[in-house]
Ligand binder design. Structure first.
Ligand code: NIG
Ligand code: FE
Length: 420
């Protein structure tokens, strides 16, 4: 009899996304199985098949009964800023009285304020905050999470922050994808000198294997397309993969630049001209959409979804967790995406799993429930995928399996050392 470490059985509906990343998720092509089970050995899936068959076939150390519920790949949060100290609840109130995010930033609030608070915190405090946030995400179904720096400002300290991220990554069962982010230039002083210094940090981060991605906030109040290009080209030469914050506040041509440089992921896009969807499709980029950021920004604009769909650009979803948008769960982004962006429930689910994995360069190892892939699974308090977004407003993840180990069972955290 084949052995497994864990078998999740009696799954009413299992969405596997067997076919891989997709710009047009359709029920007939999503690899949806009924009455299924998933056998896991170590941190990998070994077999997916009918529940009755796998139950008689395997001897397993642990069995998890899904009791006829929905199971999906673990959620992948492809855009977060979780390493910061302090809070900005008064800015939340100010935004509601009509002050814009851009105005707050230009006055030295927003990101600049979080930079101050983050610099004042100790390394231990930052690590503690980051771990708390990663675990909260895990219990909400996030089994893979991209984590950006960006609140150190001093390029050398941004590299130190990458070290804190890699330390945290060793203490959670999640796969954490570290990103060095050029967030905003200093308010005073020589911008050119800052860019030069940041190029040094990019090389150092790459040399020490501390970052997988480089990201730049290309927008009004942040970096210009000319500056962004210099930094992105440096990162590319250093061997980092590339992503971008583009076209969030004002259109400066950032998504065009992103397409020209064939970035893996181009995120936000609230003010992208619809005709740019075609160039993103040709570049093979993913559109990273962040519905809870739109809410937190109290923004009227929406990414040009129709053009993005028609051009065949795969959509990914992220939480964009940051002190302006205190939504740690990509599950929340998945739940509100139909309302804020008009995504279908299946589009939203693909965007928060298989497509998000692709946007992080992980299309070949994660984001689907197939043999050989990372064993990341969520069993939902739901019967079928249409319930995701139909019902919402609470944590609907009932069981979470991360890298082959139960992390949440019956809605309760399981605390076990992560498996490597
Ligand atoms: O993705 N747009 C830039 N960066 C973040 C906001 C960060 C902050 O306000 O602290 C974002 O929305
Ligand atoms: Fe962001």
């Amino acid at each position: 009899m084949p052995r497994a470490d864990l078998v999740v059985y009696n799954i009413g509906e299992l969405v596997t996304f067997k076919g891989g990343p997709t710009a047009r998720p359709r029920p007939g092509e999503a690899g949806i199985l009924r009455g299924a089970a998933v056998a896991i050995r170590g941190s990998r899936v070994v077999e997916v098949g009918p529940s009755s068959l796998l139950r008689s076939r395997y001897t397993a150390l642990e069995w998890l009964d899904a009791e006829g519920r929905l199971a999906t790949p673990g959620l992948v949060d492809m855009h977060t800023h979780p390493l910061f100290a302090g809070s900005r609840e008064d800015e939340f109130e100010a935004k509601l009285s009509g002050v814009s995010y851009g105005e707050i930033l230009a006055r030295g609030g927003g990101i600049y304020r979080t930079i101050k608070a983050t610099r004042a915190a100790s390394r231990e405090e930052l690590l503690g905050l980051l771990l708390e946030r990663l675990y909260r995400m895990l219990w909400g179904g996030t089994t893979i999470v991209e984590a950006k720096t960006g609140y150190a400002l001093k390029p050398r300290v941004e590299v130190e922050h990458l070290r804190i991220i890699s330390e945290a990554a060793r203490l959670t069962p999640q796969l954490v994808v570290p990103t060095l982010l050029a967030h905003v230039p200093p308010r005073e002083g020589d911008r050119e000198a800052y860019i030069e210094e940041f190029r040094g940090a990019i090389r150092a981060a790459a040399r020490q294997g501390l970052a997988r991605y480089f990201d730049v906030f290309c927008d009004r109040g942040a970096f210009t397309p000319v500056e962004s290009r210099i930094l992105l080209e440096e990162a590319w030469r250093a061997g980092l993969r590339l992503r971008m914050h583009a076209d969030q506040l004002e259109y400066l041509g950032c998504s065009r630049l992103a397409a020209e440089l064939r970035l893996d992921s181009v995120d936000h896009l609230e003010v992208m001209p619809p005709e740019n969807a075609r160039v993103l499709a040709e570049a093979g980029s993913t559109a990273g959409l962040l519905p809870t950021s739109i809410m937190a920004m109290m923004q009227a604009e929406r990414p040009p979804i129709k053009a993005i769909r028609e051009a065949g650009v795969p959509i990914a979803l992220g939480s964009d967790y940051n002190p302006n948008n205190m939504t740690p769960l990509v599950q929340t982004a998945l739940q509100v995406a139909p309302y804020i962006l008009g995504l279908t429930p299946l589009e939203a689910l693909a965007a928060a799993t298989v497509n998000a994995a692709a946007s992080l360069g992980l299309a070949g190892i994660a984001g689907r429930v197939v043999p050989g892939f990372r064993a990341d699974l969520v069993v939902w308090d739901a019967e079928n995928y249409r319930w995701l977004g139909y019902e919402w407003g609470y944590n609907m993840a009932l069981h979470v399996v991360a890298a082959g180990r139960p992390a949440l069972v019956d809605g309760r955290p399981v605390l076990r050392p992560p498996q490597r």
